[in-house]
Each structure stands twice: as C-alpha cells, then as structure tokens.
Ligand binder design. Sequence first.
Ligand SMILES: Nc1ncnc2c1ncn2[C@@H]1O[C@H](COP(=O)(O)OP(=O)(O)OP(=O)(O)O)[C@@H](O)[C@H]1O
Ligand SMILES: [Mg+2]
Length: 229
Amino acid sequence: MPPVITLRGITKTYQTGEETLHALAGVDLTVEPGEFVAIVGPSGSGKSTLLSILGCLDNPTSGEYRLDGANVAGLSEDQLSRIRNQKIGFVFQAFHLLPRLTVAENVETPLLYAGLPAKERKQRVAQALARVGLTQKADREPNQLSGGQRQRVAIARALVTRPSLMLADEPTGNLDSRTGREVLALLQELHKAGSTIVLVTHDPAIAATAERTIEVRDGLIVRQEVALL
Ligand SMILES: Nc1ncnc2c1ncn2[C@@H]1O[C@H](COP(=O)(O)OP(=O)(O)OP(=O)(O)O)[C@@H](O)[C@H]1O
Ligand SMILES: [Mg+2]
C-alpha cells in the first residue's frame, strides 16, 4: 500500500498588500496507512494551513502532495471536492453541523453528495451513529445536543464515507476536559479499527496519546517524536 500522505516541499504563501507571508515554508511529510499523528506548535505556526492542504480544502503554492499515491496538487476545485468527499473526513473545532437538519440528515450529507442509493445511505448512517453512540439522537437537531454529542455527530459524518484519512483541527478545543477526553477516546477507537488520523492540538496530553507528534514552527516541521507505546 502507498503512504496515505506524501508531502514534498509544500509551501503556502499569502500575499496581503505589500506583505508576503510564508504560512508553510517547505514541508515534507509521510503518513502511512493506520497511523495516528498529532500536529502541535504555537499559534500562527501553520498547523491549520497544513491541515487544509492535507484535506484538499486548499491548494499549496508549490510542492507535491500525493494522497493514496495520486498527485493532488494543482487539481481543479471540482476534482478537489470529489477527492474530499471520497477520501477525507474532516472534524473541526466548531463542529460545522447544519442546524436545520437532524442528526441523521447531517451524517447523510456526504453520502448524498457521493450519489449513494437511499437504502445504502440509511444503513451507513445507522452504522455511523451506532459507532459514535448516538443512535438514540438520530432525529434530534444539533442545538438539542451537548457539545460532546455534536462533535460525535461531526465524527460520524466524517467516517460515514469510510475515508482513507481522518483530519481533526482542535476537535476538543470547544469541549470541557472530560468531554474532550471522551471524543479523543472515540478517535482512538477509530484508530485501533484501522483509520488513519491526523489531529491538530494545543494540548500536550492529547498529543501524547498519538503514535507520532510533529511540531510545526514558522511553517516548518522542526521536530518529530515517535511515542514508545
Ligand atoms: N487566508 C489567509 N490570508 C492571509 N494569511 C493567512 C490566511 N490564513 C492563514 N494565514 C496566516 O498564515 C499563518 C498560519 O496560520 P494557521 O491558521 O495555519 O496557524 P495555526 O498554527 O493553525 O494557528 P492557531 O494555533 O492559532 O490555530 C498565520 O500567520 C496566519 O495569519
Ligand atoms: Mg489553527
């Protein structure tokens, strides 16, 4: 199997007026199938920029990105959104659920986009909700749920397409520490079941649960640490 992620010399430059900001200044990274990687680093160091590129939400300015062995740098918006839908599950700090839809409808959204038939959608949604322990809440709306439950819905929505890569940007950042630990335990379970996960966190305790920690500073990977688990 090829690595899930291969980055070579990835840069991202933002031009605002006169100023050129090198958000990523040449990142090399390989992530193998089934790895759990944490990205840490100070505010503004480029963590979210890196995750957006990994998630095909944004194109790098230069460099090569292979996802499951296929080159994704320089693809069109349409091609990127198709790859996002097929290969990537994204979990954000602020959940990003659609407020007018039920829990089940939120989880179903990426399957509608993928064009799956109704029967399979229903099965997959039921499986995903069971996976995160929210079968009982299928018909609720997000505002009727706790923060931890909302994040579990977001995780169900991320895994319902069976992505090759799960990306999480501060997934516990809006949660109290106990609820955050529950969400982290869920991600750990998914990892044990074979998911490849890349997670951004400020919390050293969370980073310590990953197999590998990558530290980003000024748009560069300055340190990698492999845990002795
Ligand atoms: N759309 C944009 N336009 C201009 N500059 C940007 C843009 N997005 C990010 N930046 C800049 O790029 C740098 C990296 O930002 P990024 O969001 O990746 O940091 P981060 O490590 O995720 O920080 P935090 O821990 O605060 O979330 C910052 O200096 C930021 O101001
Ligand atoms: Mg960020």
